[in-house]
Ligand binder design. Structure first.
Ligand SMILES: [Zn+2]
Length: 159
């Protein structure tokens, strides 16, 4: 990736980071207000605490993204940005434009997702057969996995 493009990505990542940090500050401020309100009106505790649960869930998502952004910024500094962590190939620009903090190329990402599918299928198959499955899963056409799982589930329901 060229220097100019790296600068652009860095700017993009930093502005996203700023937005997330502002949202975070806003949330802390709101939380403080809620706490002082709570002290004033104890009857509101139930409703405000359920909102807080939601706020915390959102905050965790933001914190995850913030971490990914900071990792990406660190990779830019280290000169490793845009290189797949798995295979070392250059990650396509279109992919980085869509996901600026991507660490895997499309091929490795798909591979990772396929592994998840195979794992899910294997677990499901073992569950249904109630014994270890001795199949070579790597050779299974993974595009059919979804279909296979639903077939297995149908069989399972019939039994
Ligand atoms: Zn890769």
């Amino acid at each position: 990736m060229q220097k100019k493009e790296l600068k652009h990505m860095e700017k993009l990542l930093k502005s996203r980071k700023d937005i997330l940090l502002k949202e975070f500050e806003e949330r802390v401020r709101k939380y403080r207000d809620a706490v002082s309100e709570k002290a004033a009106d104890i009857a509101d505790i139930a409703s405000s605490s359920s909102n807080e649960v939601l706020e915390i869930a959102v905050a965790e998502e933001d914190a995850k993204e913030l971490k990914q952004i900071e990792d990406a910024l660190a990779r830019i500094k280290a000169g490793q940005y845009g290189v797949c962590e798995q295979c070392g190939q250059v990650i396509k620009k279109a992919r980085l434009k869509a996901i600026p903090f991507a660490t895997l190329c499309v091929v490795c990402k798909e591979e990772e997702e396929r592994e998840c599918d195979v794992k899910a299928f294997r677990e499901r198959a073992e569950e249904i057969a109630d014994r270890p499955v001795n199949m070579e899963f790597d050779e299974i056409d993974t595009r059919r996995l979804g279909k296979k799982i639903s077939e297995l589930e149908r069989d399972d329901n019939r039994n």
